[in-house]
Design a protein around this ligand. Sequence first.
Ligand code: GLA
Length: 345
Amino acid sequence: MESSQFGTLEDGTKVEAFTLKNTRGASAKVITYGATLTELWMPDRTGKLGDVVLGFDNLQGYLEKSNPYFGATVGRVANRIAKGKFSIDGKEYSLEINNPPNNLHSGPKGIAHAVWKAEPLHEADGAAVRFSIVSPDAKEGYPGNLSVSVTYRLTNNNELKLEYTATTDQPTLVNLTHHSYFNLGSSSDILGEVLYIAGDSYTPVDSTLIPTGEIQSVKGTPLDFTHPTAIGAHIAEMKGNPGGYDHNFVLGGTGKLKLAARASDATSGRQLEVWTTEPGVQFYTGNFLDGTLRGKRGVVYGQHAAFCLETQHYPDSVHHPNFPSVILRPGETFHSETIYKFSTQ
Ligand code: GLA
């Protein structure tokens, strides 16, 4: 495994990069800032490697406020918490409102914006690096010192395996996700890529993207991906400001590793399967990308330049007792796994 310096924060903290390589030529580059995946090179059907995730060439891009969480490990709680307020055991807590009127991705002091410790691991099947961080009590507004780890493994089977753990010293909330933006081909948008989602229901949202609490069938709606469908086939029906998909699909089966989604690109032949122990997956089509971000190799990222499949507990779960709980208590260990598995057709 190669390690190198990726950049330096204003306060002098160094950000390191690790490149995981497998025997098939694939590679994954991860950095200690946000335990972020910055590059993922996977073969097309002719064996030619291509970088299938969006990102920036240098640290500065990741530090900017405009970074839409490219490749980041998001927590303590991914997605939105209504009005940035919640209570545990009758005690109330407030978070920063960074996506008015809500908190998004735990705000600017969240672990997606912090430098993690890294520990390269030497394992039999491929390369791995384990990142860990302590999110201090009250820093983002959450109770408890939360110790989080995420291990990235690149197997010789072209799987990027992510394994998460978390422990706390006070009852708190945990909902960790991975925020890569994938584009499996070379087109400037993903509307022609085909998607299957292994969930026939979703959590409808209000105009601020907070779940209403209902669990609704996708049947007869533009959210029906229970049969492989081009992402762009019904996207125009997804009104909103901006339009497109930004929804949590219900997978169920918390703790059980199961297929969440399968995406493919006919031109490159690349296929991506997402497996997870999480009960939901947020399918997001880069609706907020608007052509103002210039990413790796000078590429301008326009709307729908990529899709995210963020495995997670449902958004705003703390306010919905009918959703699987995101409360972690002292003595418990949160554990989850997500696999992004690549192949060609
Ligand atoms: C998540 C959210 C989106 C958007 C992106 C970051 O996917 O669901 O609404 O905020 O993060 O830009």
